[in-house]
Write a protein that binds this ligand. Structure first.
Ligand code: IPM
Ligand code: MN
Length: 359
């Protein structure tokens, strides 16, 4: 097939892991006869440095035109002092909002070979761990009005608004239920309904939508209890659905279950043709520039793109399997280091994956 892909590596380790994912895709292209055309653009701190804004118009226009954006990571200490509205991270938030990418799929898997590096290993790997967090991505406290920082008699006051309409809640819940139907038919809806109004509405909508999916089992958890369950009994989960901020926090926590945040991919979409693919890790300024970053989250993100935007299921599966094999064969970056195994760099890990592609 032929396809265009907009590419924004961004900042920090984004710049290091993106070329590795593209190397894996190049091998898939070569073997399977696909032609992907990549169109690169600057988003994030790199765009601030080059153009004075984190999200230049041409980046937005490119994504609008191409419809598929493969993204690395953005942000870093260099841009910590820019005003909130101009920060590199805001660029990403604006892309998500602008194209109404309200569904963010964050699959969490504990791969058997990583059992020795997991913090809660026997229990979770023994039972097999494989769940998906559906994070609402185009609403909630990231975007609610009013927000700001104001001077007051007691010093400055910062404030944000967490808001969800029934319609916003309903559409992301439906996405979660549809996903669950293709999996193990279980949805956990996560809120803070015992304390905040926005979650009261969330809970009421969730109870109502659940009735329309009698074939899917539903339970409701409060976010604090859920955060505990994620480390105590994660194998109970199939599809978790929650708001933007809660989903952000839960998926970093879930990074521990996968061995490292560096292992986790994500895909975001809405009702239209636009889709954004980004690993859930950040720019890792502490290791950026040294070729040490784990490329697997980015590589698995590219696989999600093949699966969701291009329906290249076999190719996506081949990447996933190659990642498994590389891990089984003992390849480890620093974030998943294991006693007795050498630590490899970003490039070497990718080589190991490419060498194990079987498609
Ligand atoms: C994520 C990140 C982003 C978020 C940042 C970089 C804006 O943490 O994708 O999880 O908070 O959504
Ligand atoms: Mn996050």
């Amino acid at each position: 097939m032929e396809a265009r892909v907009a590419v924004a590596a961004g900042d920090g380790i984004g710049v290091e892991v993106m070329p590795e994912a593209l190397r894996v895709l190049a091998e898939i292209q070569r073997r399977c006869g696909h032609t992907f055309t990549y169109e690169e653009t600057l988003v994030g701190g790199c765009a601030i440095d080059a153009h004075g804004v984190a999200l230049p118009d041409e980046a937005l226009a490119l994504f609008d035109d191409v419809g598929v954006l493969l993204f690395g990571a953005c942000g870093g200490p260099q841009w910590d002092n820019v005003p909130a509205a101009e920060r590199p991270e805001r660029a990403l938030a604006t892309i998500r909002k602008e194209f109404d990418l309200f569904v963010n799929l964050r699959p969490v898997r504990a791969r058997k070979s990583l059992a020795p590096v997991l913090p809660v290993k026997e229990r979770i790997v023994g039972e097999g761990l494989d769940f998906v967090v559906v994070r609402e991505l185009a609403g909630g406290i990231y975007y609610g009005e009013p927000h700001g920082i104001e001077e007051g008699p007691d010093g400055r006051r910062g404030y944000n608004t967490m808001t969800y309409t029934e319609a916003e809640i309903e559409r992301v819940l439906r996405a979660a239920y549809e996903l669950a139907r293709g999996r193990r038919n279980h949805v956990t809806s996560v809120d803070k309904a015992n304390m905040i109004e926005v979650s009261r509405v969330w809970r009421e909508v969730a109870v109502r939508v659940a009735e329309e999916y009698p074939d899917v089992e539903t339970n409701h958890l409060l976010i604090d209890a859920c955060a505990l369950e994620v480390v105590l009994r994660p194998s109970q989960f199939d599809v978790l659905v929650t708001g933007n901020l809660f989903g952000d926090i839960l998926t970093d926590e879930a990074g521990a279950l996968a061995g490292s945040l560096g292992m986790l991919p994500s895909a975001s979409y809405g009702d239209g043709r636009h889709a954004l693919y980004e690993p859930i890790h950040g720019t890792a300024p502490d290791i950026a520039g040294h070729g040490l970053a784990n490329p697997l989250g980015m590589i698995l993100t590219a696989a999600m793109m093949l699966r969701h935007s291009f329906e290249l299921t076999e190719e996506a599966q081949a990447i996933d399997d190659a990642v498994d094999k590389a891990l089984e064969d003992g390849f480890r970056t620093g974030d998943i280091r294991q006693d007795g195994l050498d630590v490899v760099g970003t490039h070497e890990m990718t080589d190991a994956v490419i060498a194990r592609l079987d498609v």
